[in-house]
Write a protein that binds this ligand. Structure first.
Ligand code: DP6
Length: 333
């Protein structure tokens, strides 16, 4: 059966950076994110067929590279194993935003692929199982199954059976939250997240300190999400981003994703918060130089205007919190 699913990217406020199991993609710490609206969306159609000799993958209308195909096939092997079937699949995937530019396209891609492929091959999964499956493609994809605020539980079991994401708050509860995104470089990143986190966990002397301090930030953010309290959450978001990029820089060789514009944006957000005497905006950066400035509806314009006056920014987008994975009637092929 041909099946199409859509999923949106999520942008973490408490980050996943480092795995306790490489093969099963089990992280070292819990992470928390907000799922974005459909401006950061991936649509994926999957069809399994006895006639195919290998998996076929198109991304954004072009034949995927061997590397992309290999990663997708590895993921489909997990799906095939679950279903006890051997057929190959044809996959078409479309992103509404530049892939691999630090805008978390692997999260929306593998969340959409997990939903479409599992249904297409005939297995029924609940959301928890779907989240655990999406995780096998890309860790952060486990969180894109749900809308709103989401926590990915690291779990402790070796087989990963307690490692999946759970919803923390609906997107209606956080409907006033905004992510003002400043694209400072839309080109594909040089070091993938998978490689970058390996270098950090293996070489950064500061990494163990990150793992012990992240627990405190997780607790603050969890509480703030429950209480719908942006001011409580904002300082923890910025500390968390700084901390992750500090352990990246502490690695050998250093893993550097931020550029000079990223740092200028950090300064501008600090100035803005100082001018109000309280946090009205919070920056966070993933494995890329693009800034995600979380703020509320009230300050969205002011944040955008600050960015519009800066050099080095290619594009500004304002995202709201969005919904989780969904199935569509219309197919891509
Ligand atoms: C910095 O989920 O892209 O965005 O599991 O190797 O696919 P893989 O990594 P990925 O890493 C995301 C890292 C991050 C932080 C986060 O989203 O939590």
């Amino acid at each position: 059966m041909k099946t199409t699913a859509a999923a949106n990217a999520n942008i973490a406020v408490i980050k996943y950076w480092g795995r306790r199991n490489e093969e099963l993609i089990l992280p070292n710490n819990n992470s928390i994110s907000f799922t974005m609206d459909s401006q950061l969306e991936t649509l994926t159609t999957v069809e399994f067929s006895e006639k195919l000799k290998r998996d076929e993958l198109d991304i954004d209308g072009k034949t995927a590279t061997e590397k992309e195909l290999k990663r997708a096939s590895k993921f489909l092997d997990v799906v095939r194993k679950m279903a006890g079937k051997k057929m190959f699949a044809k996959i078409d995937s479309i992103n509404t935003f530049p892939k691999a530019a630090g805008l978390a396209s692997s999260a929306s891609s593998f969340a959409a692929m997990a939903a479409a492929a599992s249904k297409a091959i005939g297995i029924r999964l609940n959301e928890k199982e779907l989240s655990a499956l999406a995780r096998r493609g890309s860790g952060s994809a486990s969180r894109s199954i749900y809308g709103g605020a989401v926590e990915w539980l690291a779990g402790v079991k070796d087989d990963g059976s307690d490692c999946y994401a759970v919803p923390l708050a609906s997107y209606e509860k956080w409907k006033d939250l905004r992510n003002v995104i400043a694209i400072t470089n839309s080109h594909e990143k040089k070091v993938s997240s998978t490689d970058g986190m390996k270098i950090t966990t293996r070489t950064s002397p500061l990494y163990p300190a990150r793992l012990s301090s992240v627990e405190k930030r997780l607790a603050v953010v969890r509480e703030a999400i429950k209480e719908n309290d942006f001011e409580m959450m904002a300082p923890a978001i910025m500390q968390e981003s700084n901390n992750m990029h500090a352990v990246m820089l502490d690695s050998t060789p250093p893993v550097i994703y931020l550029n000079s514009t990223s740092f200028k944006i950090i300064e501008k957000v600090i100035e803005l918060n100082d001018s109000y005497g309280r946090p009205v905006a919070a920056y966070t950066f993933d494995a890329g130089p693009n800034a995600h400035i979380y703020t509320t509806k009230k300050y969205e314009k002011e944040v955008s205007e600050i960015l519009e006056h800066m050099n080095g920014i290619e594009k500004i987008m304002v995202c709201k919190v969005g919904e989780g994975v969904r199935y569509l009637e219309k197919h891509l092929f």
